[in-house]
Design a protein around this ligand. Structure first.
Ligand SMILES: *Cc1c(COP(=O)(O)O)cnc(C)c1O
Length: 378
């Protein structure tokens, strides 16, 4: 089955009993047993398993070509649950311009449990090698990164992971399985903030994980059930609904993103545009090799915080908001919003300046989006 078909017919579809074409929302906490321990369909309590959540977990498994899928109450709940695979004294190497929440989790929460970490520029394999210690257990990669859209070579990360016997974990939120399938490149775990493109309509907070072996599946299910950060049935259903149009949305978003990039690169007020689809982007060739598309995220520098503020005040269609990956175009200033939890010194080191603006292209008419930016930049 190809991806566009999987999004409609993959996983578990409909309801055998009634013929309903949409998976029912099993809004239920517990299940009647026909005698002690005699379960009708394997379900006993909805933290452990719920049919609506299971249908979602099956379709994301199919889309990522993995062994098993898991749905969590947020992207951070998904990442936290994956981190619980490690033990105190272990160490992980993480992409340096990783999502701010992931940075905060390892730097300010998991450090208290003595899970060590080193941030490294994973777009440079030599820097990843240099960050590995005797107790390193995993590489945690984001590609493209947020907000500078740096690209990490998945094949090279797999080689390093194999050489040092590390788990390769990829946050695939920006690319989605429609454009990029990390497990096909040998990653062990792929995860998503499904709040973003997979949900796609700015109406649900959620996280998804897919693992590539039965052993990891058993361990993660144990953690999911023990820690209990599960996604509810209603939100699981919303994600399945989102997945049905994921291909269409990703195509439309990328088309708009390319037109916006074309406009921005020519504009005199814009000093730099970050987009992996640009030929002069350092990760362009790698992105072309490992992903089917370049995505809908664009960052550009307008030179100063004041310029950025003015632009944000004037745009009409771009909604000033955190988050990304929705049908509506969103705009933000990473230094003051998504990446505010990263210390200023570190932000400047990474290139996340006060004048850096991030756009998440939506599916509106591209001409309206361009006109909007044009009047705001003038
Ligand atoms: C938003 C985001 C997260 C966190 O997900 P939530 O659903 O907000 O908890 C993790 N990684 C990336 C790349 C994100 O964009």
């Amino acid at each position: 089955m190809r991806d566009k078909t999987k999004m409609i017919h993959g996983g578990i579809t409909g309801d055998d009993r009634t013929g309903a074409v949409s998976v029912p929302i099993y809004q239920v906490s517990t299940y009647k047993q026909d005698g002690v321990g005699n379960l009708r369909d394997g379900y006993e309590y909805s933290r452990t398993g719920n049919p609506t959540r299971h249908a979602l977990e099956t379709v994301i498994r199919d889309l990522e070509n993995g062994e098993a899928g898991f749905a969590f109450g947020s992207g951070m709940a998904a990442i936290t649950s994956v981190m619980m695979l490690f033990e105190t004294g272990d160490h992980i190497v993480m992409t340096d311009d990783v999502y701010g929440g992931s940075y905060r989790l390892v730097a300010n929460v998991l450090n208290r449990f003595n899970l060590g970490h080193t941030f490294a520029d994973t777009s440079d394999p030599a820097k990843v090698e240099a960050a590995i210690q005797d107790n390193t257990k995993a590489l945690f990669i984001e590609t493209p990164t947020n907000p500078l859209l740096k690209i990490t070579d998945l094949k090279k990360m797999k080689e390093i992971a194999d050489r040092h016997d590390l788990l390769l974990i990829v946050d695939n939120t920006f690319a989605t399985p429609y454009w990029q399938k990390p497990l096909d490149f040998g990653a062990d775990i792929v995860l998503h903030s499904a709040t973003k493109y997979i949900g796609g309509h700015s109406d649900v907070v959620s996280g998804l994980v897919v693992v590539n072996t039965a052993e990891l599946a058993e361990k993660l299910h144990f953690i999911q059930n023990s820690a209990g950060a599960v996604l509810g049935p209603q939100d699981s259903w919303l994600l399945m609904r989102g997945i049905k149009t994921l291909a269409l949305r990703m195509e439309a978003i990328e088309e708009n993103a390319k037109k916006l990039v074309q406009f921005l690169t020519k504009h005199p007020q814009v000093s730099k545009v970050y987009y992996p689809g640009l030929e002069d982007h350092p990760g362009h060739e790698t992105a072309k090799k490992q992903a089917g598309g370049f995505g809908g995220m664009i960052s550009f520098d307008v030179g100063s915080g004041e310029m950025a503020d003015k632009l944000l005040e004037r745009v009409n269609y771009f909604i000033l908001a955190e988050s990304l990956g929705a049908v509506e175009s969103l705009i933000s200033v990473p230094a003051k919003m998504t990446h505010a939890s990263i210390p200023a010194g570190r932000r400047n080191e990474l290139g996340i300046t006060d004048g850096l603006i991030r756009i998440s292209a939506g599916i509106e008419d591209a001409e309206d989006l361009i006109d909007d930016l044009k009047q705001a930049l003038e």
